[in-house]
Structure formats: C-alpha cells, structure tokens
Ligand binder design. Structure first.
Ligand SMILES: [Zn+2]
Length: 445
C-alpha cells in the first residue's frame, strides 16, 4: 500500500530573500531546529533508510517518502478542467507599496519592468539612512520622482546613546525635505534589536514615541513589520503547517529561544498605533495576521489610522477565498497592493499571480512559479473583486496614504456606483490573456 510517510525538502526558496527576510543576527535556537543544510544541486548519497532510494538528483525540488522510496521533485499537475485566466497585466494602474531593491539595481530596468507589468509607482522600503539613503534617493527617486519612491529606515544600532531620539527626529525632517516618502520599520524591532545595554527594545518603547509623532506631523506613513506567520512561532514538528519551509530556513523560526510571544509583539505594535492616531501605519503583510482576517478587521475597526499591505501573503489569502473576499470588500478602503519583491525580479514573479488572485475566479492554481511550494503545501483561488474595489486596492488607497495625485495614472475618477455587496456575481469569463510575447498596447485592460 502506498502511503506518504514523510516530506523531504531540498534547495532554497528561490534566490536571495528580501532584505527583511534575511537571517536575523544569531540567536539561541533549540538544537532540533537547526538541521544540516543540504545543497540540492549537488548529487549525493543520503544515509540509507531501509530500502529507500536516496540518490539526490540534480536541480531543485521537493520529495515525498512513499512505500520505501523517495519520490523526487514531487509537484503534481492539477487535472481540473476549470477555466484558467493567466493575468499578465492589471485592470488598473498599480502602486506596489512594498518593494525591496538594492543600490545595484538599474532604475531604467525597473521602469521598463513597471511599464510591462502596469505598475505606476514602486516603493523601495530599503532606503536605509544617512549616506546610503542619499545614494538611493539620487540613483532612483531623482530618476523618476513620481514613480520610484523611497522609505527610510532608522539607525537602531545606536539606540540608548544620549540624544538618539532627537537625532532620529532630525533625520526624519531632513529626509522629508529631501523627498523621502515614509518610514519602514523591519521586524527586527521587538525581536532582536537590543539597547546598547543589551536589553530588548520593545515595539512600544517610549523613546520611539517622538519619532512616530513626527511622522504624523510630516505626513510620512510608517510601514511596520511586526511578528510573522503563526507557524514561525509554533513548535517545529509534523503539525507545523510550514515545517518544510522552516526546515529550509530554520533561522526564520521564533519559537522559544527567548523571543517574545507573537501575541505580545502584536500587542506592542497595536499600543503604538493606538496612541498615535494622527500617524498612518501600514501593517506589513496583512498586518501580519493573514491567517486570521477577523482579527485584522477588529484591529482596523479599533484603529482608524491602520491600513495594511497585502504583500507576501497571497498564499495565505488565496487559500481562504470566501473569507478573503468578504474581508477585501469590507475593508476595501484600507488595503494596499504590495509584493515584497521588485518589478522585474526574475524569480517568483509575484505580480501576475497577485493580479490573477485579485481579479479572477480561477480555482486551485499555484501561488508561486518555482520547482516547489515555497510557503505551504497548498494552492489558491481567485476572489474576483469588483472593478471599483480593484482600483482602490491597486492604487487609490496607496495614493491617498502617500499624499499623491492620480492625474498621472491617465484614468478617470472611480465609478460613483454604490459599493458592491457580498453577493456580487462572479465575472463572466474573459478572453484568454494575450501572449506574453505580444504585450497589449495599454497595460490596463
Ligand atoms: Zn518586506
């Protein structure tokens, strides 16, 4: 009898992770969470398990262990005969509020990819500070001030030094005058950032209050990444829904090891948002509760200055299409498009997958373009949002948060139709998307 008794994973998640997903500084981890790394591209003979065939083939993939054999590169094709609508371009211009790119990128290549993908503006959250920030502004923002936007970061390495808060507030003032669009806080705040005396800096450390306050005064939104998926805080065992992913990236687990709990981190974040109602906070990755959209809704109901980007969570959103669709319709003024990548990044081309998820009613499709599922062992479903909601999520909400006009999108104001109800019918099937080799004259269908 064939039965899958285990999952094995090889390889990496596909290229270098974005800046904020890179391994954080070394921290104490349970021994069991640090399996030996096994390069997938190097043929090797594994220790035999009974009669198992353990020759590792070339290339990346994921394997299952069944009836004594390892089945390499297991990636079953769905045989469903449901309609398919690959969506190469968005219906409306897109603002990608959550990108990361380095100084090594070519601004003209970014702009060309944006034109191809229908992205009007892209926001690089990895602006850094000081000379790094100035270099990023000069190379990218100055090349296309309406299209390549930059968020700065804070110099947390020196928190605890005399005058640090005042220095950061002054840096915000200068950055704002220079044209920096906002402030990005990485997940290291609350998890690994330490005062110069060695104590953990909580997200709601009062020394940061003048910084949040000044962002509000300057009209600079704060995009804040706090905590991570639930599975990253759960024990690493066969019940963990991201066990395979965390086996590839053991340093992404924050279970034990002296870390604060996920609930404590999110409570710290919420206390900050609640006491700075004049500052707009963008909760990264569906406010990092994509598994529990009701909880995101409760937070948004309680804090009118909280909006959320949808970056890096299409796998979570697309596996709960009914709940996600109701959530997107109810909070259609509070959700911002984002990918956690950058236009033209060759691996895991997220834009077209996000467009398909938001626009179509396609069923059971891959949330990735990769030899194996990088996040979890499932597929996703589209939520066929109505046009007026798409326009808000693609760019209107981001333009409002960024304080930018819509004239340069070249589109008319949104429809004045009443908001759609939850009973909106699925869309009529569209014409198949045009061939990738022959892009349409306009990127907006
Ligand atoms: Zn990010």
């Amino acid at each position: 009898m064939g039965c899958i008794v285990g999952l094995m994973a090889c390889g990496t998640a596909g290229g270098a992770p974005p800046a904020e997903d890179r391994p954080l500084p070394p921290v104490a981890q349970p021994v069991a969470t640090q399996p030996a790394t096994q390069p997938a591209t190097q043929p090797a003979t594994q220790p035999a398990t009974g009669e198992a065939n353990c020759e590792v083939p070339e290339g990346e993939g994921q394997a299952v262990f069944a009836s004594g054999d390892v089945l390499w590169r297991y990636h079953p094709d769905s045989q469903l005969a449901t309609p398919q609508h690959p969506t190469l371009t968005p219906k409306y211009p897109v603002v990608d509020i959550h990108c990361h790119w380095s100084i090594n990128q070519d601004p003209q290549a970014l702009l060309a990819a944006m034109d191809r993908l229908g992205v009007q503006r892209a926001v690089n959250l990895s602006g850094g500070f000081g000379d790094t920030l100035e270099s990023i502004m000069t190379k990218f923002h100055d090349a296309a001030p309406d299209r390549l936007l930059i968020f700065m970061n804070l110099d947390f390495a020196r928190i605890g030094e005399e005058g640090w808060t005042d220095e950061m507030v002054t840096a915000l003032d200068h950055a704002h005058a220079r044209g920096v669009s906002g402030l990005k806080i990485f997940k290291s705040l609350g998890l690994t950032i330490r005062d110069i005396d060695g104590t953990r800096v909580p997200v709601d450390d009062p020394r940061l209050d003048p910084i949040w306050h000044r962002c509000g005064e300057l009209g600079m939104p704060v995009l804040i990444h706090t905590a991570d998926p639930i599975a990253f805080f759960e024990p690493l065992d066969e019940h963990n829904e991201r066990w395979v992913q965390l086996h590839r990236h053991p340093d992404w687990s924050f279970h034990g090891g002296g870390f604060p709990s996920r609930d404590e981190l999110l409570a710290e974040r919420n206390r900050v948002i609640a006491r700075h109602l004049d500052t707009t906070f963008i909760g990264a990755h569906v406010a990092n509760n994509a598994e529990d959209l009701a909880r995101v809704g409760r937070d948004m109901d309680a804090m009118p200055n909280l909006v959320a980007d949808i970056s890096g969570r299409v796998a979570e959103l697309g596996r709960q299409p009914y709940t996600a669709r109701r959530f997107f319709l109810k909070y259609q003024d509070r959700l911002l498009f984002g990918t956690d990548r950058y236009p033209g990044r060759p691996d895991q081309p997220r834009y077209t997958i996000y467009y398909r998820f938001l626009e179509t009613d396609d069923e059971y499709f891959d949330y990735y373009d990769h030899p194996f599922p990088p996040t979890g062992e499932w597929r996703i479903y589209g939520i066929f949002l109505p046009d007026e909601v798409l326009a808000k999520i693609y760019h209107e909400n981001a333009d409002r948060v960024l304080g930018m006009g819509q004239a340069d999108h070249g589109i008319a104001d949104s429809s004045t139709d009443p908001p759609p109800g939850l009973d909106t019918a699925p869309p009529a099937p569209r014409e198949p998307a045009p061939d990738a080799a022959a892009p349409p004259a306009s990127p907006y269908r």
